[in-house]
Design a protein around this ligand. Structure first.
Ligand SMILES: O=P(O)(O)OC[C@H]1O[C@H](OP(=O)(O)OP(=O)(O)O)[C@H](O)[C@@H]1O
Ligand SMILES: Nc1ncnc2[nH]cnc12
Length: 151
């Protein structure tokens, strides 16, 4: 597996600002921006703020208090579980789902399914980097998927 690391891009102030602005532009017609722990938060939270939208954390399992919804998924190198607090996602909310990397697509399929289990509408999905050879976009068939960069 070739691990793609976005750290150099994030460390470049101009590149980081351009990424956040491009993500924020995709949030103009939504109510909320959701991001996936951990690296997804780095892109999703500033985009939500720049767009004047609230941020929803999709967290790795076991970290959120109270009632949560949970989804399991497989990564290239592990299995994992994501959770959300349904009380912060109003039914009918329009949501932009953001992550840093789209690889096999398992993470974003699980994230979208969690948000939809809350009654939200995932209007579109956006990633900083798509590793196209891993076929994640096919797992998200039928969804609007934006990738700022392709590897
Ligand atoms: O498309 P997929 O095959 O599902 O892979 C993409 C996911 O893998 C990485 O997360 P990881 O769980 O490694 O966690 P991290 O953000 O905590 O580093 C990355 O940040 C994406 O969320
Ligand atoms: N190859 C990869 N590089 C970086 N992040 C990833 N997340 C899942 N697969 C990845």
């Amino acid at each position: 597996m070739l691990f793609k690391d976005i750290s150099p891009l994030l460390a470049d102030a101009d590149a980081f600002a351009r990424v956040v602005a491009a993500m924020a532009a995709l949030a103009e017609d939504v109510d909320l921006v959701a991001g996936v722990e951990a690296r997804g938060f780095v892109v999703a939270a500033p985009a939500a703020h720049a767009a004047g939208r609230g941020f929803v954390a999709l967290r790795k399992a076991g970290k959120l208090p109270g009632r949560t919804l949970r989804a399991s998924y497989a990564l290239e190198y592990a299995t994992a579980e994501l959770e959300v607090r349904p009380d912060v996602v109003p039914a009918g909310a329009r949501v932009l789902l953001v992550d840093d990397v789209l690889a096999t697509g398992g993470t974003l399929v699980a994230g979208a399914s969690l948000l939809e289990s809350c009654g939200a509408q995932v209007v579109r999905v956006a990633v900083l980097l798509e590793i196209a050879a891993l076929g994640g976009r096919a797992q998200l068939a039928g969804r609007e998927v934006h990738a700022l960069l392709q590897a």
